[in-house]
Design a binder for this molecule. Structure first.
Ligand SMILES: [Mn+2]
Length: 350
């Protein structure tokens, strides 16, 4: 019944067109990814091609499923609303070419950009969504624990990434939620470095940032470890990042603004003199997408509410030396947050 959330668009527009895979899933239940939903106060139509008709009928029982023939999608839609004057659409998930086809099929329509409002409708997760996200995150945790003993000098970053992904899949994930990051040594100074053929060397920091997809929902976590003994500078920046992360986690609760949570963690890193080495935001919302609202950035004015799921992931990245990031995924509650990762953050020296 999530489609009822789209009522916020009426009577501003006569209907809402949904075409992105994640919003089709959210508002109709259809998981096939390719299709178009048109929701008006009176109708709920889901247009798919013959590859998806059976699945759409099963997965979207609240929608009238309409199968269209090759190239006839917009004609089907136009024939159902011949006199429509205004429609909201997902401008963030439509190519210019696709939009031109919309305009040509419905030349009288005033098109209203709806992406921001539509994305915000997914911010607060219900009990079922939270359950999927808890399980998704725990699949990541279990994979991490399984792979930890493999972290030894001579093993390549690519091997570690492959093992993490394999374990998550074995544990029930349908895939990864983004491209797995495993970087070692000086490469840990790149927040989003790519795993490669580099072998882990004694004394290396190894940063692993990864997640899986479970029932459509994403997980996200990051841990940085040292293979061998940590030198004092490694311990120092690790402890600062950990202190910042704990400050951030302590700040996250219902009623706080995104930028206030970011500041709580950022202040710790700035006071220690490493502010210029923490360039990204404290965290981001997670759900059907790996990056969604609400952002925990220095500019975010979004007020956190119970049921929102966000990451808390400060980092320090020193070019030519290395970096540390520690990331947990949490669900906002009235008086704090539930840590969905719930895994030790002591510096592991393997
Ligand atoms: Mn993240």
């Amino acid at each position: 019944m999530t489609y009822k959330k789209l009522n916020v668009f009426f009577p501003k527009v006569e209907g809402v067109l949904i075409n992105s895979a994640h919003n089709l899933r959210y508002f109709t239940g259809f998981c096939g990814g390719e299709g178009l939903a048109l929701i008006t106060p009176e109708h709920r139509w889901l247009f798919v091609d013959s590859r998806y008709t059976v699945a759409a009928c099963q997965e979207a029982p609240d929608f009238e499923v309409i199968e269209f023939g090759a190239g006839a999608r917009m004609r089907e839609i136009a024939s159902r609303l011949p006199n429509v004057q205004s429609l909201a659409f997902e401008e963030s998930y439509l190519t210019v070419g696709e939009f031109r086809i919309f305009q040509e099929a419905l030349p009288k329509v005033h098109w209203v950009e709806g992406s921001q409002m539509i994305e915000e409708l997914r911010m607060i997760k219900n009990a079922e969504e939270l359950s999927f996200m808890r399980q998704a995150e725990q699949i990541g945790v279990a994979a991490f624990q399984k792979v930890l003993p493999m972290l030894k000098p001579g093993v390549t970053e690519n091997t570690v990434a492959a093992e993490l992904e394999y374990e998550m899949r074995r544990l029930g994930a349908s895939g990864t939620s983004f491209e797995t990051i495993v970087v070692s040594g000086i490469k840990t100074s790149m927040p989003h470095g790519k795993p490669g053929d580099k072998k882990i060397e004694p004394g290396d920091f190894v940063t692993m940032d990864f997640g899986c997809n479970y029932h459509g929902y994403c997980s996200d976590m990051t841990r940085t470890v040292v293979v061998g003994r940590a030198v004092p500078e490694q311990k120092k920046i690790y402890e600062i990042v950990l202190a910042a992360q704990q400050k951030g986690l302590a700040a996250i609760r219902s009623g706080i603004l995104g930028r206030e949570a970011d500041k709580a963690a950022r202040d710790v890193i700035e006071e220690e003199g490493y502010g210029k080495y923490f360039g990204h935001s404290l965290g981001h919302g997670v759900g059907l997408l790996i990056h969604e609202q609400p952002n925990l950035s220095p500019k975010s004015e979004i007020c956190l509410k119970p049921g929102m799921v966000v990451t808390c992931e400060p980092g320090i990245y020193i070019p030519g030396f290395g970096g540390v990031r520690i990331e947990d995924m949490v669900a906002v509650t009235l008086d704090g947050c539930e840590n969905l990762t719930g895994l030790t953050k002591e510096l592991l020296e393997l």
